[in-house]
Design a protein around this ligand. Structure first.
Ligand SMILES: Cc1cc2nc3c(=O)[nH]c(=O)nc-3n(C[C@H](O)[C@H](O)[C@H](O)COP(=O)(O)O)c2cc1C
Length: 173
């Protein structure tokens, strides 16, 4: 059975809530895929390195900072050889309150994953948002899916429902 490691970190629960939705959605559309939902808090490199398919969720905090558990995980992440691994990132942020740091965290991690041999999937258009700058942006695209529960929670389900089938297809699942 194909399996996906769905890793998330959260301070106030939004990324956890989205992660649970993503797991349910994958199970609904592809019941044969196993999704392991794992909070990143106190995890080690080996917990992540066992997966060939990864979906990674991170909020951005305090003017472009990583969420604390993801900050602590950096040395573990840096120890992983991502060659042959397929990754898709989703980020939580606030495009109006933090318009120059919108979803920065997934940009930082996506760059590291790629530099360490990983293949990124699930890029989305950045033109649907009103931010000014994001480390997660390359040209007109985000390196994953950005969600803004603070301002556009009504769009969250639609964004996930569009994104997940694209990611699974891109994963070859
Ligand atoms: C003090 C504070 C700082 C924040 N800084 C950023 C930021 O720099 N960039 C961003 O996109 N969102 C920022 N946000 C918005 C959070 O990322 C957003 O509320 C997110 O949904 C929180 O996710 P969590 O509940 O999983 O921790 C900030 C929110 C607060 C309250």
């Amino acid at each position: 059975m194909a399996s996906i490691g769905l890793f998330y970190g959260t301070d106030t629960g939004n990324t956890e809530q989205v992660s649970e939705k993503i797991k349910s959605l994958i199970q609904e559309i592809k019941p044969d895929i196993q999704v392991d939902l794992i909070e990143i808090y106190q995890r080690k490199a080996a917990d992540m390195a066992q997966y060939d398919f990864l979906i990674i969720g991170q909020p951005t905090w305090y003017d472009g900072e990583l969420q604390g558990d993801w900050e602590e995980f950096i040395p573990e992440f840096e120890a992983i050889d991502f060659t042959g691994k397929q990754l898709a990132f989703f980020g939580l942020g606030d495009q109006y309150g933090y318009a120059t740091y919108f979803c920065d965290a997934i940009g930082v991690y996506a760059d590291m994953a790629e530099n360490q041999g990983g293949t990124l999937h699930g890029f989305t258009s950045a033109l649907d948002y009103e931010h000014d700058f994001s480390k997660a942006q390359r040209g007109d695209q985000f390196v994953g899916l950005c969600l803004d529960i603070d301002n556009q929670d009504d769009l969250t389900d639609d964004r996930i429902n569009r994104w997940i089938p694209e990611v699974l297809a891109s994963f070859g699942m």
